[in-house]
Design a protein around this ligand. Sequence first.
Ligand code: SF4
Length: 272
Amino acid sequence: MDDTPLASERGPHADPTHEIRTPDETLPDDLAADRTLDDVTADIVVCRACPRLVAWREQVGREKVARYRDRTYWARPVPGYGDPLARIAIVGLAPAAHGGNRTGRVFTGDRSGDVLFAAMYRAGLASQPTSTSADDGMVVRDAYVAAAVRCAPPLNRPLPSERDHCLPYLVRELRLLPEVRVVVALGAFGWDGVLRTLDILGQRVRPRPPFGHGALAQVGPYALLGCFHPSQQNTFTGRLTPVMLDDVLGRARELAGLAPSTAAGSEESAVS
Ligand code: SF4
């Protein structure tokens, strides 16, 4: 373990003057105090509500892995990212230890992000097919990408209590994304997290619809669309293929009232 400083206040989102948040402060009493997504981001990046996850994200950032030993890890919570006028929200599980936890941007710097952003590019939702760093010039259009839990968890498994601490951030983001009509949930954990989030927003559906790839449920004004998570476990085994991701994102565009993608690369998946 070395003493290399973490990204700290030098990271892509941090406001070093912002107060540190503790448990029970993640959902302000006065939600109207949130005026912009930047307000939510400012709270997320300083959050320390889950001691286990704080310890893990920082340990990973100090110890690193060999291929990134010269990099400074973000090692903080990872906020959502995208278009404030998004019609599609895409919600994953949590940042990867050496992906989002390293780069400070969701689905950036790891294989899952490679697969997701390549598909978003083909779907006309991202300006480039690779998502490598927070300053790589990526522009996300008509979409907003977030996770149910904002800190990298050990073994990619957050505890229910950690999920519950963190979901208020997604609540706050969705409240500030008034154009969202479709939520794409990546994996069963994301699906469950979105349903719980919509519950908090007063959009309850009973019985809870089960997760599945391609599953569709109308929850209040939102169409909830299921997609297998683009984890290496799913993409390396062929459980999730580029064509399957393209079908989901194409369906999301349709449900969101967006025209079919004409983005460069949108035909590539036919031969992937
Ligand atoms: S997981 Fe969420 S609630 Fe817990 S410390 Fe990270 S940002 Fe805060």
